[in-house]
Design a protein around this ligand. Structure first.
Ligand SMILES: *[C@@H]1O[C@H](CO)[C@@H](O)[C@H](O)[C@H]1NC(C)=O
Ligand SMILES: *[C@@H]1O[C@H](CO)[C@@H](O)[C@H](O)[C@H]1NC(C)=O
Ligand SMILES: *[C@@H]1O[C@H](CO)[C@@H](O)[C@H](O)[C@H]1NC(C)=O
Ligand SMILES: *[C@@H]1O[C@H](CO)[C@@H](O)[C@H](O)[C@H]1NC(C)=O
Ligand SMILES: *[C@@H]1O[C@H](CO)[C@@H](O)[C@H](O)[C@H]1NC(C)=O
Length: 598
């Protein structure tokens, strides 16, 4: 017996150690996977959110209406809008014959180059003009790419001046791209073009989004008396799944579909909460994994100096094939220009201004965001200016943790009232009785990757809006995108349509209601996060959002451009400097400066 034990002890030790390592690895990788609302504890306690995990992968799905065949049948108008929106965000796919492409034929940011084009017919750049850069993508063997679809982003910036503006990237569908920038400040300006994903990687994300809509799944606790059971919940049911009985938790008012597996012993009414369930794995094939490499990014970029030693060349050779998420491209020539002030009319009237090809929603100068939206942004630096602006207002905030950041920002000025709800779940409330200010935050309805939230607090934004009277003292703010990135776009369109209808009703009922919509923003990305929360998914939702709310009397906070144009690293929760700029913009709309307006 003892001999046996001692013999097997090293094996046990090894097993225990590898178990520990596995656990640690999970804690570490899960930690930053998603939003602050996702707790690591959930995943660890519930590493067996049973059903789906045990069943293995869901059957593949090819029908784009996979997530829309449930719920109400779309009206012809809705179906038309769906089609128009989906057409508007269609993304070029790599040619069929080249997929799946071996890594060495995919876009390599290190081999790819951009060049600033000379200003048309003139030798100088002036404020009010524009700058164009041409990008040519290459593969890992250095051959020029011949098709488009790479996800590139561009900004023009000047660290010296605290200035930055998002550029517009045009895909010529032949491996070359143009990046356009308006010239908005005098002085130095530097072009930065980043490949977020190769076109081949985007094709993988697109497949995941459409064929694996439940790669993020949820769970609910059912409880009655002594009995409790946890089951898996999803909004999208493949027609063949599952064979087991379901609970239909579809919202009766909006028709938003939601399903949980029926507990074995309890009834569907016993559902008491909703929470993040987990992530399906694996999702990428081995070849696909190579398209989402981020390790060694810094080393990779330094590989270009010809004078490097042999061993470095070797390291470059090894790491070369590993980096293709958010890599900055090199310029074949200078990457910066000097912008001269505007010419006065007297100086030369024969030069006509160039037609403007692209207008961003704003830009940074001296660290503060200047919006082109009409209302000039003011700065609300101290507590008294904030409370003065908000005096007599009721502010309702709805959505994900990116709008909760705004609540947290304002609660530094307005005392928070303790509702005894978990900080990251809410609902939250702040009250300033002296100035008659009420501030509220509530998370949006499922799908939401969140710590357990009671079903009684789980509300759809559209339904909440229907409960508001509105009016000139009401401010409604929402941000909904980050928890929809893993689903087919139809799921998002449906949600936004319900909210838009409720908003139209609210604006009719309570004229003067200020509605603020916050767009998606860039986030830090690695291989894991790309699967569920890639900026590419966010970009697609963002375009849908903008299109769907165009023409409504709403204020749009362009978090997309505000995070792209800023020098701080991307983060799903933008840093305080950006939050301050967003809040200054919103407050400027809440209490516009009468003098500046006129
Ligand atoms: C998670 O993010 C935090 C801050 O955003 C960072 O300090 C930490 O190193 C990250 N952890 C991992 C495992 O990436
Ligand atoms: C490119 O990759 C494929 C598949 O991995 C391989 O067969 C081929 O030899 C590679 N070509 C070059 C030039 O490295
Ligand atoms: C790609 O298309 C652009 C725009 O049509 C064109 O200017 C450029 O010459 C093309 N490049 C190649 C390599 O064909
Ligand atoms: C104005 O423009 C014309 C034609 O481009 C040029 O010949 C002339 O020298 C310019 N004058 C000044 C003052 O720059
Ligand atoms: C707010 O603070 C910024 C930076 O500290 C400063 O540049 C700006 O002038 C201040 N604005 C007001 C209105 O006090």
């Amino acid at each position: 017996m003892c001999r046996h034990l001692s013999k097997s002890a090293p094996i046990f030790l090894l097993l225990a150690l590898s178990g520990l390592l596995f656990l640690l690895r999970n804690i570490l990788t899960l930690e930053n996977l998603s939003f602050h609302t996702v707790s690591t504890h959930i995943q660890l306690q519930n590493s067996s959110p049973t059903a789906i995990a045990q069943k293995g992968p869901l059957p593949p799905y090819h029908n784009p209406t996979f997530c829309s065949h449930l719920g109400l049948e779309p009206t012809p108008d809705e179906a038309l809008e769906d089609r128009n929106l989906l057409n508007a965000i269609a993304w070029p796919k790599p040619p069929a014959h080249s997929s799946p492409a071996p890594l060495n034929q995919t876009s390599d940011p290190v081999h790819s180059l951009f060049a600033i084009l000379p200003s048309e017919g003139r030798r100088e750049w002036r404020v009010g003009g524009q700058l164009e850069a041409l990008v040519q993508m290459h593969d890992f063997q250095g051959r020029p790419k011949r098709y488009g679809g790479d996800f590139l982003v561009a900004r023009l910036h000047s660290p010296e001046l605290g200035a930055g503006v998002a550029g517009k990237v045009v895909d010529h569908l032949n491996g070359s791209y143009s990046a356009l920038f308006p010239l908005l400040w005098g002085g130095p300006a530097r072009v930065e073009i980043t490949m977020v994903h190769s076109s081949e990687a985007v094709a993988v994300l697109q497949r995941l989004r459409e064929q694996r809509p439940n790669r993020v799944f949820f769970k609910s606790l059912f409880r009655s008396g002594e009995l409790s059971e946890t089951t898996v919940c999803i909004p999208c049911l493949p027609p063949s799944y599952p064979q087991e009985p379901l609970c239909d938790h579809t919202d009766p008012h909006t028709g938003e579909p939601w399903y949980c597996l029926k507990p074995k012993l309890l009834g569907c009414d016993a559902r008491i909460n909703h929470a993040m369930g987990g992530y399906q794995k694996p999702l990428y094939t081995n070849e696909e994994e190579l398209l989402f490499q981020r390790s060694g990014a810094r080393l990779y970029r330094s590989c270009h100096f010809r004078t490097l030693e042999m061993c470095f060349i070797l390291v470059c050779f090894i790491t070369r094939s590993r980096v293709n998420i958010k890599v900055v491209l090199r310029a074949s020539g200078p990457d910066r220009i000097n912008v001269l002030p505007k010419k006065t009319e007297l100086e030369n009237s024969s030069i006509k201004p160039e037609p403007v090809k692209y207008t961003p929603s704003g830009y940074y100068y001296q660290g503060s965001w200047r919006s082109f939206g009409g209302t000039p942004a003011r700065q609300f630096n101290d507590s008294s200016s904030v409370t003065q602006c908000l005096t007599g207002k009721v502010i309702h905030m709805y959505g994900d943790s990116t709008v909760r950041q705004w609540f947290e920002y304002l609660s530094a000025f307005i005392p928070e009232f303790n509702l005894r709800s978990p900080k990251k779940v809410g609902p939250l409330m702040a009250v300033d009785g002296k100035h008659n200010i009420l501030l509220k935050y509530r998370c949006h309805g499922p799908p939401i990757r969140i710590l357990p939230v009671s079903t009684s607090e789980l509300r759809y934004v559209a339904n909440e809006l229907d409960g508001l009277a509105g009016g000139p003292d009401t401010v409604v703010v929402f941000s909904i995108w980050g928890h929809f990135t893993s689903f087919p776009v139809e799921v998002y369109i449906r949600r936004m349509r319900h909210i838009r209808r409720a908003l139209v009703r609210l604006l009719d009922r309570g004229p003067g209601t200020l509605v603020v919509i916050r767009s998606a923003n860039f986030a830090a990305m690695n291989q894991e996060r790309s699967m569920h929360s890639s900026d590419w998914f966010s970009l697609q939702l963002d375009r849908v959002l903008r299109t769907m709310f165009t023409g409504l009397a709403v204020v749009f906070v362009d978090a997309w451009e505000m995070t792209l144009a800023h020098h701080l690293p991307h983060n799903i929760h933008p840093p305080p400097a950006i939050i301050k700029n967003m809040m200054d913009l919103i407050l400027s709309h809440v209490c516009p400066d009468k003098k500046m307006k006129s």
